[in-house]
Each structure stands twice: as structure tokens, then as C-alpha cells.
Design a protein around this ligand. Structure first.
Ligand code: NAD
Length: 353
């Protein structure tokens, strides 16, 4: 029997190869006159192309975006946006660059046009993160939700395969947990299942043919679907664990997601059978946890936490931290099974349901 609350969040989504060319039209549509273009130092070439397309509507390029949005970078970007009289921010890049746009919007309310070039999905969420004195603070605020998103798969052709796969699995993690979210709803479940299907097919496609525009397009479409899920519903055990491991043990964000997800799904398997059925169906497999594990293996992603810098001697402390701050999960979080989940994830063995 249906029982849910669904609040839609509005943003304009433009999808297709070559749609970057529409950026000027979209700045006009927002009524903006001066757009500051944001990127990482590595993507300055793509940002300059946007600046060229914008002509007199460009307020120049700010190429200092960094992982986890350090507060100092956010302050510099806000000051710069003010000093050039920007009335719009165009963020071209992955979650780090879009995160910088969000940091500006949070304070100034400047509209953001996001042009994602990875599959992480930040462009579809009102979630922001800022790092100060080594601590990452996150929050939700509708002001940071990009007004317009341009998905042009041509731009992700240059994304290295390893980064493509970890950001894709990061996106699959959002959709998988969205399927058993406490505040889930049928619309998000449809998007989650289709997003997992598209990303799994697209990632296998680019593994075989990295230049395939149609496989890149599948991945980007999946990123849109999975990012939307993250933007609309709450997350559970898997995200909590990744936050703990990333924050306290300095493990790489996307790789940690890729390693932990099969084990978190195995942990929740019996408590969320409908979600598991949908994940497994999206992957064309019998088991959700094994399906995700095998997808990671097929893509050559590290399978164990030990392969990405975690010490076995830190597993007890990781378990304690994850238990110390209670949160909702379809299956209660208990010490012994959680510790054995971590052990399995550390070794990189097949998940045990
Ligand atoms: P990223 O933005 O950190 O990018 C990683 C590197 O890849 C950068 O050097 C970037 O310049 C480069 N790159 C990106 N696209 C490229 C392309 N097409 N060609 C060549 N190089 C390219 O990576 P990410 O995985 O997209 O984002 C991770 C960050 O996003 C994390 O900090 C995570 O917390 C955050 N995130 C936030 C949300 C949210 O809703 N707020 C959602 C997902 C991720």
C-alpha cells in the first residue's frame, strides 16, 4: 500500500551531445549579465571554452576549485565573484567544482548553471559541503541547487576510466540507498533503478570502448537519475560508514564508496527485500550485493579497504565511531555484524548476505 510524501525540486535539465553550445542561451534565460566560470586547474581549458562561448556575458574564469571545498577557497571565490560583479556562476567539472559554486550561492544566492563532467551527481542536489580546519560540514539549502544543468556527454570523453568508474559507483551508491530510504517514494525508486541500470551498462560500455559516446551518454544519464535520488531522499548505513572512513582515516571518497557498497547491501539485504530486488534487476543479477561486487571487479576497481590505505588495526576504532552516532538504517546497526562487515570490506572478499 502506498504511503509517502514527495516534494519535487525544480531545475532545468538539458541533455545531449553538443549541448554545451547552449550555455549562452541559458545565461540569458536566467536574466544574468556576468557569469563567473568555475573549474579546477586541470579543467581550465574547458572553462575557457565556456568563456569564449559566453563572450561579453563572461566575467572570466576562476580555476581554483579543489576537493572538499576548503573554506579559504570558498572565501576567495566569493570575494572574486563580488569584485567582478558576477550575477551567475557557471560550474564546469565534477562534484568539487559544483561544490565551489554551491559555496558561493549559499552566501550570495547567485544562480548556478552546472555543467557536470563526472558522474558524481552533485548538480542535482541541494546538499553543500565546506571544509574548515580539517572538518567537513555538510548541509541542505535549496539556494545551492543549480537552476540549470547542461549534461553534454562529449565533455566526459576526457574523464579517465578509473575516475569514471569510481564516480559511477559513487552514484550507484546514492541510488541503492535511496531505494530503502526511510523517506523514499515511488518516483525516486523509479529513478534509482533506471539510474543503476544505465550506469552499470554505460560503465561496462566505456570499459570496452572508452571513446563510445553512447556509453558515455548512458553514464551521464545514470548520473542524473542517481544524483536526483540523493537530492530528494535520505541515506543510511553505507553513507554513514563512508563518511566515517573518509573523515577519520583520510580514505579517498569515491573509492571508499566503491569498496563498501556491496558489503553495506549485504548487511541490509534481509531488511530491505524490495530494494534488493530492484537493484539486482537493474544489474541483471540474482543478488544486489554480489551484482555490485562483480560490477566493481569487472571494472578493475580495488576490492578491499586495505588496497586504498586502511590499516587493519584501525577497524575497531572505525566500528566504534560508526556506532557512536546513531542513525536510521533498515536493519539496526549492531556492533558484531558491523565489525564483520568492516573486516569483509577490508579484505575485499565477496559480500556475505
Ligand atoms: P572531482 O570533482 O573531485 O574531480 C576529480 C578530478 O577529475 C579533478 O581534478 C577534475 O578536474 C577532474 N575531472 C573532472 N571531470 C573531468 C573530465 N571530464 N576530464 C578530465 N578530468 C576531469 O570528482 P567527483 O567525483 O565528481 O566529485 C567528488 C566530490 O564531490 C567529493 O568532495 C564529494 O563529497 C562531492 N559530492 C557532493 C555531492 C553533493 O550532493 N553535494 C554529491 C556527490 C559528490
Amino acid at each position: 500500500m502506498y504511503d509517502f510524501v514527495y516534494t519535487s525540486q525544480s531545475s532545468k535539465v538539458i541533455f545531449g551531445a553538443g549541448t554545451l553550445a547552449r550555455v549562452e542561451e541559458e545565461v540569458h534565460a536566467l536574466g544574468a549579465q556576468k557569469s563567473l566560470i568555475l573549474c579546477t586547474p586541470e579543467q581550465e581549458g574547458q572553462a575557457l571554452e565556456v568563456s569564449h562561448l559566453l563572450g561579453p556575458l563572461s566575467a572570466g574564469v576562476f580555476a581554483e576549485a579543489k576537493m572538499h571545498v576548503p573554506i579559504e577557497t570558498a572565501r576567495r571565490a566569493r570575494d572574486h565573484a563580488r569584485s567582478v560583479g558576477a550575477d551567475c556562476a557557471v560550474a564546469i567539472g565534477g562534484g568539487s567544482t559544483i561544490g565551489l559554486g554551491k559555496a558561493i550561492a549559499l552566501e550570495s544566492g547567485l544562480p548556478i548553471i552546472a555543467i557536470p563532467t563526472t558522474y558524481a551527481g552533485s548538480e542535482m542536489t541541494p546538499i553543500y559541503g565546506l571544509t574548515e580546519a580539517g572538518l567537513k560540514r555538510t548541509g541542505r539549502d535549496l539556494r545551492v541547487l543549480p537552476k540549470t544543468v547542461i549534461y553534454d556527454p562529449m565533455l566526459s570523453l576526457s574523464l579517465p576510466l578509473a575516475l569514471s568508474f569510481v564516480s559511477g559507483l559513487n552514484a550507484i551508491a546514492h541510488a541503492a540507498e535511496g531505494l530503502y530510504a526511510r523517506d523514499g517514494n515511488p518516483v525516486m525508486s523509479l529513478m534509482a533503478e533506471d539510474g543503476i541500470r544505465a550506469l552499470a551498462a554505460g560503465m561496462r560500455g566505456i570499459r570496452d570502448a572508452p571513446e563510445s559516446l553512447s556509453a558515455r551518454s548512458d553514464c551521464l544519464y545514470g548520473a542524473w537519475m542517481c544524483g536526483s535520488v540523493l537530492g530528494h531522499v535520505g541515506m543510511a548505513l553505507h553513507h554513514k560508514l563512508c563518511h566515517t572512513l573518509g573523515g577519520s582515516f583520510n580514505l579517498p571518497h569515491a573509492e571508499t564508496h566503491a569498496v563498501v557498497l556491496p558489503h553495506a547491501l549485504a548487511y541490509n539485504s534481509a531488511a530491505a527485500p524490495e530494494a534488493m530486488l530492484r537493484i539486482a534487476r537493474a544489474l541483471g543479477r540474482e543478488s544486489a550485493a554480489l551484482g555490485v561486487f562483480d560490477l566493481g571487479r569487472d571494472l578493475g576497481i580495488p576490492s578491499g579497504l586495505r588496497d586504498i590505505g586502511m590499516q587493519e588495526s584501525d577497524l575497531d576504532r572505525a566500528c566504534e565511531i560508526a556506532l557512536s552516532n546513531p542513525y536510521w538504517n533498515p536493519r539496526p546497526i549492531e556492533s558484531e555484524p558491523l565489525r564483520s562487515l568492516l573486516q569483509d570490506a577490508w579484505i575485499g572478499r565477496e559480500p556475505r548476505e
